[in-house]
Design a protein around this ligand. Sequence first.
Ligand SMILES: [Zn+2]
Length: 295
Amino acid sequence: MVGTLSELETESVTAMACWEERLLTRATIADVPRSCPMAPEIGWNLSMAAEKTDAFVIRQADFSESSRVVTLFTRTFGKISCLAKGAKRLRSSFEVSLDLLSECRIVFLPKSSGSLDLLTESQLIQRFQPLHGSLPHLYAGYYVAELLNALLEDSDPHETLYETVRQTLSTLSSPAPIFVPVSRFELSLLREIGQLPDFNTCTICQREIEDQETPRFWVSQSGLICSSCGSSEYQTTEIESGTLSLLRQLASEEQIPHQEPTFTPRQKKELRRILTAAISHVLGRRPKTLPLLNL
Ligand SMILES: [Zn+2]
């Protein structure tokens, strides 16, 4: 016998509430009822296995009175957005693991189509603890989160970049100045998404540019122009001798341990101009948090 509409609704809502409760009490995915009548409607695919990975929290947004949407940069699955039900409740099972830039070990249910993944577990590995009392170190962390959120495609893994993020956040917890870790992170991110400018050849004539040359940086094309091609018709910025080799050193995937590059104030300014132009070129705007870093 078919029940009335209100009976069916009550049944569905009860099953849903029961299922939510189980999730909130840190249930394993094996406990989630696969027959949950609402599951197909809300888009979570209960027939798929839950996935486990490590992740950095790169964005949080309120979803309802008790739940949040968290954007995570995961080691194995790249960037994903998950619904964390109950995350805003005081005694949530997620506790403090979902703070911005925390690294956590998560379990989630992948979406089947067009909706959010569902976060079912999150355990804190480490919190981001920027150098005490230094706002630039704190904002540099926010800048890392802003760029990851804005420039990574969903579900596109970047394991090398994951390690770079971990190293960057660890350096931002130390008294070391933020210039080198932030610049290395920007270059590493650009390389990973296939947008690293060519710092070796002239954009126009394709000639190789030597270390000691003083080329120009073509802002709108985010590339170098050699001295013979340099002309006022392009919006360019001059580069001092030595800046190019420092830039190449920072962009190199092989870092020499304990040998930090040193810069003159002018070289620092030139490097910042090039890196900000390259990042803004890909982003289509200037990053919001960048001016707070005082680089
Ligand atoms: Zn040229």
